[in-house]
Every structure is written in structure tokens, then in C-alpha cells.
Ligand binder design. Structure first.
Ligand code: ZN
Length: 167
């Protein structure tokens, strides 16, 4: 049988969620108040069929990695480290957040996830989780994968999708 199509495998599970707080800054001088979402991750990997196992990638491994990535930011305040309008600083057991130089929040350090992103939009969360998944897949020696696609939903019917081809 000649195979002309391509395969991709996809995972979204009840436990691939993170209930987290955040706020987004917008263009100009607008900054949201703190609020939360029950985010859900949906990941797809594309690639060549492994012709010993006849699968693209092992679901068990993919689910395990994604579960850990979600748990890392579950029940946390998600704070961006690279937002020029926000000053996020660790001070002992606390994290202080100022917006355009004015103090706004103080959180316990243990309740924060300090993320290397410019804003905690679902777009940036999708890209960040893709980067983290990709690094994990590399350490697991995953071969033959050609792309990762990550969808992060922050509300029913409201999500961002990031797709990156793998070299
Ligand atoms: Zn929000």
C-alpha cells in the first residue's frame, strides 16, 4: 500500500487544564484587572510514522509531558517578565508588580509563575508551552516529528493556536 497522506496525533484531556490568574496590558495605557480562567491545552504533533510501532508519537509520553507543563502553572498568578509596561520584581518571599511605575500588586512568591513572555495572552501562553514541550521532546529523543501545534483555550470557543514546524 502506498501511503500518500500524512498523520498527526492530538491530545486534549480533562487534566490538561490550568486554573490560573492573569491580566493583560493593551496598546496605549490600558491594563486589565486581575482575573482568572480555566485554561485548556490541546496539542497536536505531526510527523513521520515510525515503521516499527506504526505510530507518530506515543500518547502516553505526550500526555505525561503536557500534564506536567500544565501543573507547573496551575493555581498560579501568571506574570510576564518581558513586558515593558510592567515591573515584576522578586523581593524575598514576595513578588511586587508595578504598572508604568505605579505599585499595583504584591503576591506571595510561591503563588506566582514568572514567565519569559511579553504578555500573558493565550497567544504567548501557546508559544511558551510549545517551546517547553519541544525541549522535553528533544530530551526524550523524539525523532521524525515535523510540527507541533498548540491550542490554548481560555474560555469556551475562545482560543489561540500556535504552530511551529520542526527542522
Ligand atoms: Zn483573561
Amino acid at each position: 500500500m502506498q501511503r500518500r497522506g500524512e498523520f498527526r496525533v492530538s491530545v486534549t484531556k480533562d487534566y490538561l487544564v490550568f486554573a490560573s490568574a492573569h491580566f493583560v496590558t493593551f496598546a496605549g495605557h490600558r491594563c486589565e484587572g486581575l482575573h482568572g480562567h480555566n485554561y485548556r491545552a490541546h496539542v497536536t504533533v505531526e510527523g513521520a510514522l515510525d515503521e516499527e510501532s506504526w505510530l507518530v508519537f506515543d500518547f502516553v509520553v505526550l500526555k505525561r509531558i503536557m500534564r506536567r507543563l500544565c501543573e507547573e502553572i496551575d493555581h498560579k498568578v501568571l506574570l510576564p517578565l518581558h513586558n515593558p509596561k510592567l515591573q515584576v520584581e522578586e523581593e524575598g518571599e514576595s513578588v511586587t508588580v508595578a504598572y508604568e511605575g505605579k505599585p499595583r500588586y504584591v503576591f506571595p512568591r510561591v503563588d506566582c509563575a514568572l514567565l519569559p513572555v511579553p504578555n500573558t495572552t493565550v497567544e504567548m501562553l501557546a508559544e511558551l508551552l510549545t517551546c517547553r514541550l519541544r525541549a522535553e521532546l528533544q530530551t526524550k529523543g523524539a525523532r521524525g516529528l515535523t510540527a507541533i501545534e498548540m491550542e490554548i483555550e481560555e474560555n469556551f470557543g475562545q482560543s489561540a493556536i500556535y504552530r511551529v514546524p520542526l527542522p
